[in-house]
Design a protein. Structure first.
Length: 297
């Protein structure tokens, strides 16, 4: 008669099950069955993925199995053991339970992860079960708190909360965004209105000693921000300009270049209008204002 044990992993309302043979039969047959009943959980960076494991022996045969877990990262690389492997001894009709916690790094990559559970005997793998979870990018709140209709942004205020303070003036001509970690040039009008190619080179050539900088930066540290980085400065509770001017005084209510070209027409690049916080695009031979950034991934 064929006997089996069953591993049940429960994550909130999500569970999956792995059925494997008893240790004695696994050695003889080298096989197991794996069943997944749910995937695609969302876990924020800096939080814990937690689940309970119960291994139950539904047979009259005592035995033991090895259990361990690994994780496949968003870049398709697989970690070493993040839990175990441990040897689990099972009495006849007995069970072993435990709690597993995986701490998602606060600076870890975003994307789809796969958590793998392995069961084997004597170093030989007889079964694998897995589930996916998503580590999302943190989309911040817009800052808007006034509601103009039920269900609008000011009513729901969705998104990641801003840190307090949102920005830090470093006293060296730079301002750090505590939400994104980006470091911005405080002087928002150092270069004046420039063509797009000039804006790129101006930012790349920026260094301590110019534009009010005393931060020790060197040529090559600074760059023109991409569109999403530039948009991240917007404070949609404000206009003319739509930015916190206590940290960014001198910001013009005008268009600022991003480093992001427009796919439809590559002779154009995306811009952010800091008067009201709108996004547009302009010909790269037009002259728009420039702000520089450093840091980021």
């Amino acid at each position: 008669m064929r006997t089996s044990s069953r591993l049940v992993v429960v994550l909130g309302v999500v569970c999956f099950a792995l059925t494997f043979l008893s240790a004695q039969e696994a050695v003889a047959l080298g096989e197991c069955d794996c069943e997944m009943t749910a995937t695609n959980m969302t876990i924020s960076r800096g939080t814990n993925l937690e689940f309970d494991v119960t291994i139950t022996n539904n047979t009259a045969n005592a035995g033991s199995v090895d259990f361990g877990t690994k994780i496949t990262m968003p870049d398709a690389t697989t970690t070493g053991w993040v839990f175990g492997p441990i040897n689990v001894s099972l009495t006849a009709y007995g069970e072993q339970s435990g709690h597993i916690t995986y701490s998602v790094p606060s600076s870890g990559p975003v994307g789809r992860y796969t958590y793998h559970s392995y069961v084997g005997v004597g170093g030989s793998l007889f079964g694998e079960c897995e589930f996916d979870f998503i580590v999302p990018a943190d989309v911040p709140k817009t800052g808007q708190t006034t509601s103009y209709a039920t269900g609008d942004d000011g009513d729901l205020q969705m998104g990641a909360s801003w840190p307090v303070p949102r920005f830090t003036d470093n006293g060296d001509g730079t301002v750090t965004d505590n939400m994104t970690g980006l470091i911005w040039l405080k002087d928002a009008d150092c270069f004046g209105a420039r063509f797009w190619a000039d804006a790129l080179s101006d930012c790349n050539g920026l260094a301590s000693g110019s534009c009010g900088l005393t931060d020790g930066s060197v040529v090559g540290d600074w760059r023109l921000p991409n569109l999403f980085e530039l948009e991240s400065l917007l404070d949609l509770t404000r206009y003319a300009p739509a930015i916190d001017t206590s940290y960014f005084p001198g910001t013009l209510s005008s268009y600022y270049w991003s480093s992001t070209s427009r796919a439809l027409t590559t002779g154009e690049a995306w811009v952010v209008h800091f008067y009201a916080g709108s996004v547009g695009y302009g010909n790269k031979l037009s002259a728009y204002d420039v702000r520089a950034v450093r840091g980021g991934q």
